[in-house]
Design a protein around this ligand. Structure first.
Ligand code: ADP
Ligand code: MG
Length: 679
């Protein structure tokens, strides 16, 4: 096993230069080299003549054949540029029986790679458009030294590459490493007793994924390695879970009937069954010896805040301190207002900590927290700063956690001695991500909306149709409702940084919040109060504007996505999102969650410029469903976990082979085993 952790530099054929290139692919050790899996395969065992393929193509009715592999000589090549920014590279390939074309989009550099007269193998789907062609096939040039007859007539792996490394080279050294070292890999799957029969031992799976004899080989090897990968992730989560639960809390809490009653008196509405269930789960943790470490999931508007308030009051009722951290100042301020109102005429001392508070005031605030003169601190990441020290912190609540990194969470935790932690998330996060990213947490879910909510009606239209919606909006404002307009940019002048010409050109066409606020005020709704809100404003200004909107003085709020999380103004019933194509589905769902919070019918109007039918189709799902989980699954499938989560969260394990949008069943199975082993 030790040997596998040796630098890949010492493998035959890898020197310092090549090693640097391998690093770019994330390969450091010999083990990494074996875990650099093929992206796909080229099936040379099934090479057909071009004539055969064309004949089959003519016979098949829809005109698309499954994957075909041919071999021939390049007769000519041409690079065409069509509309802006689209390039088409095409080659014609012939053998004794016919000629076929191959086409790649937006890969102009291929022109340098293929030369007339080269012998190539191509693998791809045959399509018909004017003439038969292979669309973006896998390719391999067979010439001189590059060609290894060793591989002929087999299924050949194709690896993710980086500039300076070619397929042939990677194939050779990976194959070498696998043949020499794979038998030393540990078979971690041994630890799982009742696993499916087709799983291979890990060393065998690694060998076959690189050197397969058949389609079945590839599938079994892949499944086995997915099991292994997810199992290892879950084992480390289980380990972390156990560590957290090993330490006892410093401040033990009790919730007497009397305290329970006093808390309940502060809740202004009847809780939903789901909220009650979650409070029950939480209460159990809070009165226990070990720190609560719980994730609270609930769709936007499901009422997570009041659940947090329950925990906060339990902590304060025990004469300890609580902290609530939110990702934006607007949201922190809103929580402050809400909780302040709930606790009016009580002795609870609350403090709001955001950046931009005058130095002297800040100093006093910090002193008070330290002395225990404040019971609840609500704030942004300003809470994390070193100077903030608590007197008796027993509870930590993090709202809309997906905006915070793991490290920020940990820093805040370290301000108490094993404080209870409740992490609230604006779902929707698909289950696979939850179990991976937050797999060391206990999970509570609010799966029910407060009564009386009407589903938001969502309508998707091309941007050009926006003027038609304006009269509808006027009508709604006339009825007393309020409206959000959301834009991706603050204004045109704020396009900072180096941008490619393309990026600049596409941005120039974007409408911005500033521009639209002016336009709406001057040209469309002169009779109404319109305000602009964005992240570039001073805190005081933002507060004023939010305050005006909350109080109903402002009819229309034109904003950037700063309103994305948490804002709660029940009278707002129309949300207009322009350039909807610029947002992820999960983000659109968050934005839409700002409306439909009161008793009024609510409308989400999405406008977009759709360059492709796929772009439009992606957004169609917003019209079809209000179910955050369904939207999240779809978003994850389309964009992959990295982008789905927005920023690259530290702490998110990089998965080499498992696909979190597909492998939920395996994930659940390995998790069960991992937690059993580690309990
Ligand atoms: P989120 O889960 O998105 O944070 P909030 O906690 O902001 O949702 O709650 C959304 C709105 O629903 C708030 O106005 C809140 O007062 C209200 N609310 C929460 N729970 C209930 C309930 N059980 N009955 C009626 N209204 C509720
Ligand atoms: Mg919230």
């Amino acid at each position: 096993m030790q040997q596998l952790l040796v630098s890949a530099q010492y493998i035959k054929g890898v020197g310092p230069e090549r090693f640097k290139l391998l690093n770019k692919l994330g390969i450091q050790t010999i083990r990494d080299l074996m875990y650099h899996f093929p992206r796909r395969y080229l099936d040379r065992s099934r090479i057909k003549t071009i004539g055969e393929v064309l004949e089959e193509g003519r016979k098949s009715s829809p005109g698309i054949l499954p994957e075909q592999t041919i071999q021939g000589k390049i007769l000519e090549s041409v690079l065409k540029r069509t509309r802006r920014w689209v390039s088409i590279f095409q080659i014609a390939v012939g053998d004794d029986t016919g000629i076929v074309y191959a086409t790649w989009f937006n890969q102009p550099f291929l022109k340098e790679y293929f030369n007339k007269g080269d012998e190539v193998i191509l693998s791809g789907k045959l399509k018909f458009y004017k003439q038969p062609f292979l669309e973006s096939p896998e390719y391999e040039i067979i010439k001189g030294e590059e060609y290894e007859p060793l591989h002929a007539g087999r299924i050949i792996p194709c690896y993710p590459l980086t500039a300076g490394l070619n397929q042939k080279y990677l194939r050779r050294i990976i194959k070498g490493a696998v043949e020499k070292y794979s038998s030393e890999l540990e078979d971690t799957l041994k630890l799982i007793p009742d696993k499916p029969a087709n799983l291979l031992p890990v060393p065998e799976a690694v060998r076959r994924i690189h050197i397969p004899d058949s389609e079945d080989d590839i599938n079994n090897a892949r499944t086995s390695l997915v099991w292994e990968e997810l199992f290892m992730v879950q084992m480390s989560l289980a380990e972390r879970y156990r560590t957290i639960k090993k330490n006892t809390v410093k401040h033990t809490l009790t919730i007497s009937d009397n305290l329970e009653q006093r808390i309940r008196q502060r809740i202004p509405f009847a809780l939903t069954a789901a909220q009650e269930k979650v409070i029950g789960e939480m209460k159990n943790d809070l009165i226990g010896k070990y720190p609560m470490n719980r994730l609270l999931q609930g769709d936007v508007g499901s009422g997570k805040t009041i659940v947090a308030v329950y925990a906060i009051l339990a902590a304060i009722g025990n004469h300890t301190q609580a902290a609530l951290m939110a990702p934006t100042e607007i949201l922190a301020e809103q929580h402050y207002q809400t909780i302040y109102r709930l606790l009016e005429n009580s002795k609870v001392r609350i403090s709001l900590m955001v950046s931009g508070i005058p130095r002297k005031e800040r100093q006093e605030q910090i002193e008070l927290i330290k002395k225990g003169g404040i019971d609840l601190v609500i704030g942004t990441h300003a809470l994390i700063q070193k100077a903030v020290v608590f007197n008796k912190l027993s509870l930590l609540i993090i709202d809309e956690q997906h905006k915070f990194g793991v490290e920020q969470r940990e820093t805040l935790k370290s301000k108490g001695e094993n404080p209870h932690t409740l992490i609230m998330t604006a779902t929707p996060i698909p289950q696979t991500l939850t179990l991976t990213l937050f797999g060391d947490l206990d999970l509570s879910v609010i799966d029910e909306m407060p009564p009386g909510r009407k589903p938001v009606k969502t309508i998707l239209r091309p941007s050009a149709k926006m003027p038609e919606a304006l009269e509808f909006i006027r009508q709604k404002i006339h009825e007393g409702r309020q409206v959000y307009f959301v834009y991706p940019l603050i204004d045109e002048s704020r396009q900072s940084g180096k941008k490619s010409e393309e990026e600049k050109a596409s941005r120039a066409m974007l409408r911005s919040a500033t521009q639209m606020a002016k336009y709406l005020k001057a040209k469309v709704f002169p009779e109404y109060n319109i305000q602009l809100l964005h992240g570039g404003m001073k805190q005081k200004k933002k507060d004023e504007i939010m305050q005006g909107f909350r109080q109903g003085k402002t009819n229309i709020l034109v904003s950037t996505v700063v309103i994305e999380v948490g804002i709660d103004v029940p009278n707002a019933s129309v949300m207009v999102i322009d350039h909807a194509e610029r947002y992820g589905l999960a983000q659109l769902h968050q934005l839409r969650g700002r409306i439909g919070r009161g008793e009024h019918n609510s409308y989400c109007l999405l406008f977009g410029d759709f360059k492709t039918p796929d772009a439009e189709k992606r957004l169609k799902i917003m019209e079809e469903t209000n179910d955050g989980f369904r939207i999240a699954e779809e978003d994850l499938r389309i964009r992959g976990p990295g982008e789905f989560l927005g920023t690259k969260q530290s702490g998110f394990p990089e998965l080499k082979i498992a696909d979190l949008s597909k492998d939920l069943e395996i994930l659940k199975a390995v998790r069960k085993h991992a937690f059993k082993i580690r309990s």
